[in-house]
Design a protein around this ligand. Structure first.
Ligand SMILES: O=C(CO)COP(=O)(O)O
Length: 256
């Protein structure tokens, strides 16, 4: 299927950055720069910035996302935020299973699956992150590992709900390191993910699935990565904190 029939999505993952005034300033700077984008533009911001960013992005084409949500609807889960809480605010997207959550906060494939289902049930769109560690790549198990992560994360997710899922392939060794996967490496694994979707669901679902690459994507390398046939967008960390850089990536997706 022609990739141009899929929706390209460029999402910024601000991670643990920006106070509210800084967040507002970044969105204000970004708005005119991405106003003519033909791809979807998303800012996934810290919980504390959600209201500010929702407000600042109002009337623009910037959509707003959170960076995690809990799998229970409510209850004694100190420090957690439910999917319903995000939905009620007007948040549209949520990042689930980011490698930093897997590495530092005990996130597992099983909890990623639970959070994914909870977010979809609440009506949120999920940016589901998968990706191998350097050791996995060196051991030659990247494809199997990413396939496994994808399958478990999507267990019991219906074909209808899958329409609200984007998958982000983020090799852990490329995140925040300045070491980008080559465009061939990125495309290869995105294609593996697409074939998993075809097997678990069907070809139509696979053809329609937006699959992003993430990991040191920046203004200089985005065009080549986004031109790959199976790369439909990007999940951007560091470069999403600078409006002009992020806007170049959005432009590249519009062309790619
Ligand atoms: O983790 C990432 C996005 O979720 C990528 O981060 P960097 O773009 O800073 O490498």
């Amino acid at each position: 299927m022609n990739k141009s029939l899929r929706k390209a999505v460029i999402a910024g993952n601000w991670k643990m950055n920006k106070t509210r005034p800084e967040a507002k300033a970044l969105i204000e700077e970004l708005k005119p720069l991405v106003a003519n984008a033909s791809c979807d533009v998303v800012a996934c911001v810290p919980f504390t910035n959600l209201e500010t960013v929702l407000d600042a992005a109002k009337g623009s084409n910037i959509k707003v996302g959170a960076q995690n949500c809990h799998f229970e609807k409510s209850g004694a889960f100190t420090g957690e935020i439910s999917a319903d809480m995000l939905k009620e605010m007007g948040v549209e997207y949520v990042v689930i299973g980011h490698s930093e959550r897997r590495q530092y906060f005990g996130e597992t494939d099983i909890t990623v699956n639970k959070r994914t289902k909870a977010a979809l049930a609440a009506g949120l769109k999920v940016i589901l992150c998968v990706g191998e560690m350097l050791e996995d790549r060196e051991n030659g198990i990247t494809e199997e590992l990413v396939a496994l992560q994808t399958k478990i994360a999507l267990k019991d997710v219906s074909k209808e709900d899958l329409k609200n899922v984007i998958i982000a392939y983020e090799p852990v060794w490329a995140i925040g390191t300045g070491k980008t996967a080559t465009s061939e490496q990125a495309n290869e694994v995105c294609a593996v993910i697409r074939s998993v979707i075809a097997k678990v669901y069907d070809k139509t679902a696979a053809d329609g699935m937006t699959i992003q690459y993430g990991g040191s994507m920046n203004a200089g390398n985005a065009a080549e990565l986004l031109a790959q046939p199976d790369v439909d967008g990007g999940l951007i960390g560091g470069a999403s904190l600078k409006a002009p850089d992020f806007a170049v990536i959005v432009d590249a997706a519009t062309k790619g």
